[in-house]
Design a protein around this ligand. Structure first.
Ligand SMILES: Cc1cc2nc3c(=O)[nH]c(=O)nc-3n(C[C@H](O)[C@H](O)[C@H](O)COP(=O)(O)OP(=O)(O)OC[C@H]3O[C@@H](n4cnc5c(N)ncnc54)[C@H](O)[C@@H]3O)c2cc1C
Length: 297
């Protein structure tokens, strides 16, 4: 059996500043660990050799969800279970709360964190499309200072992000939505629990004051491209239109036309395209009934 001979360093600071100092010293020679639910699987599969660990588990500041003026700040170490049960997340970001509830199993939801889901950057990461749909920004810190990056710019490929070795993701920042914001979350997989998504869709629609005219709509999908994506053509098509005049089938078709998924063991390209259209229509119908059946007025 393979023997590890290099001594390991395990560091678990209590303050963000200490963690940043450690990261600046070690750079690529240390691996940040949050819940370990992605990292330890990759480690035991020998996907890479890790000798030094920076564990974030003692940094209390990273475990808070707090409202700050017109935005909410979610600490990177907030677990899926916390997201699922937080009253603020349920109230303002139901799509995110439902997506967290759909992750893995209770054990995984108790350990896995929002920060780990983001930095792992799997195209199938369940929180990514909801975060993009709520216009999330990520706070990245290093000893050199802070960078706030929109979710859309953070992901650059499967398991690839712009995060540098000396940077830590500390917070996820979401603008507080207006009262007339509606959302829908759909995850398609081969069974209900413990499943990697074949396709995910997060649709968030903000209505104008009349509660009928679409002010802004974001349609974001996971598992259909190397990164989570927003279908911007749908946003353009819906903005300023009365919800009851929208052609749901046409919007579903736009989603189908704009994605180019791959074939893999979870589904073929054609299957994903067909399903994308159907779930877009379902999501629009769900929003229609949530905002009082705009379509029938
Ligand atoms: C059985 C099982 C079922 C699963 N089911 C699902 C599922 O249904 N949906 C889903 O989306 N995922 C699922 N996952 C994957 C995983 O649980 C999630 O992606 C989880 O959110 C990862 O978080 P973590 O805290 O465990 O990350 P870790 O494994 O600790 O870290 C993941 C990566 O992020 C980096 N990292 C973590 N936090 C930070 C930070 N703050 N700053 C910088 N870098 C950081 C680490 O260095 C590592 O590269 C499953 C995993 C398992 C084992």
């Amino acid at each position: 059996m393979h023997q590890r001979t290099v001594p390991c360093q395990y560091l678990a600071p209590q303050q963000i500043a200490e963690a940043l100092e450690i990261l600046s010293q070690y750079g690529k020679e240390i691996k940040v660990i949050a819940g370990g639910t992605d990292l330890l699987v990759q480690y035991y599969d020998r996907l890479y050799e890790i000798n030094n660990w920076l564990d974030l588990k003692n940094i209390k500041e990273l475990k808070d969800i707090r409202i700050n003026k017109n935005q909410i700040e979610i600490g990177a170490m907030v677990t899926h279970a916390q997201l699922e049960s937080s009253e603020d997340i349920k109230k303002y970001y139901p799509v995110l709360s439902q997506a967290a509830a759909d992750i893995g199993s209770p054990q995984i939801r108790n350990r896995g964190t929002i920060g780990g889901n983001i930095v792992n950057a799997s195209p199938a990461g369940d929180l990514l499309a909801p975060l993009m749909a709520y216009d999330a920004q990520f706070r990245l810190l290093s000893i050199k200072g802070e960078k706030i990056v929109p979710a859309e710019e953070f992901f650059i490929g499967p398991k690839k992000t712009i995060l540098e070795p000396a940077q830590l993701l500390t917070q996820i920042i979401l603008p507080l939505p207006s009262e007339r914001t509606y959302g829908s979350w759909i995850k398609i997989g081969k069974r209900k629990a413990l499943i990697i998504a074949t396709i995910t869709l997060a649709l968030v629609v903000e209505m104008a004051e009349d509660n009928k005219t679409v002010k802004e709509a974001r349609t974001c999908l996971g598992s259909v491209a190397p990164t989570p994506i927003e279908i911007k053509e749908v946003r353009k098509k819906m903005a300023g239109r009365n919800f009851n005049q929208l052609d749901f089938a046409e919007l579903g078709q736009i989603v189908e036309d704009k994605i180019s998924p791959i074939d893999d063991i979870r589904g073929t390209r054609e299957y994903r395209k067909d399903v994308a259209k159907e779930i877009m229509i379902n999501a629009l119908e769900e929003i229609d009934s949530a905002c009082g059946g705009c379509i029938n007025e």
